[in-house]
Ligand binder design. Structure first.
Ligand code: CA
Ligand code: CA
Length: 211
């Protein structure tokens, strides 16, 4: 299954904020039925949702960036893409480090797609909180999935993925919270990808952790 969108959505409440849950979309490239699971991380603290949008023309790669307000930190993020899902795929959805003076990727969210169809609008979301988070990443050159563990005693609040090389050459298959023992799945995040063609890729999984 090719991951095409993974983002926070705005439900029937009246606030206009995408604070009501998480939506995942994928395209099944096989002949058999596949299950797609969406996981939502829910909390009660103060959260701001920021978004950035860009137009990505046909047969090109592109993405958008969403920045957290100055003193806030990225706790999660995602990306949604309009149009026919069969014609684009996710290649990156990850936290990034801006110019705030620390080295943590706590400044917002970046996304990247390859668009094999006509023009698309990409919206990147950053879920921003006042509390500091801990950021972990883990990479592989040799597998199509990789785990990023949260420090012992902390809990995963958001996950991301990045694939090296040209976006046309590989697509994301999963950004998934996991549990090392029992539920809830807050031990960290596992990222998955599949290569379309081209030279070998490095896959990086990102976990954002609270506590
Ligand atoms: Ca809402
Ligand atoms: Ca930073």
């Amino acid at each position: 299954v090719r991951l095409t969108s993974s983002f926070p959505f705005d439900g029937p409440d009246a606030d206009g904020r995408p604070d009501d849950g998480w939506e995942a979309q994928g395209v099944n490239l096989t002949g058999a039925s596949k299950a797609v699971t969406a996981n939502a991380t829910c909390g009660s603290g103060r959260v701001r949702y920021k978004s950035g949008r860009e137009r990505v023309h046909g047969s090109t790669a592109g993405g958008a960036e969403a920045r957290c307000p100055g003193s806030m930190h990225a706790s999660g993020g995602g990306i949604s893409v309009d149009g026919l899902a069969t014609d684009h795929w996710l290649n990156r959805s990850r936290p990034f480090d801006g110019d705030d003076g620390n080295a943590a990727p706590d400044d917002g969210w970046q996304s990247r797609i390859y668009n094999d169809g006509t023009g698309r609008r990409v919206v990147t979301f950053a879920v921003c909180v006042n509390e500091r988070r801990r950021y972990r990443d883990n990479s592989t050159d040799a597998a199509d999935f990789v785990f990023a563990d949260c420090p012992t005693g902390s809990h995963g609040t958001g996950g991301g993925l990045s694939i090296s090389g040209a976006p046309i050459e590989a697509h994301a298959t999963a950004i998934d919270p996991f549990s090392a023992s029992v539920n809830p799945p807050d031990t960290g995040f596992v990222a998955g990808f599949s290569q379309n063609f081209g030279p070998p890729k490095t896959l990086t999984s990102f976990a954002i952790c609270a506590g």
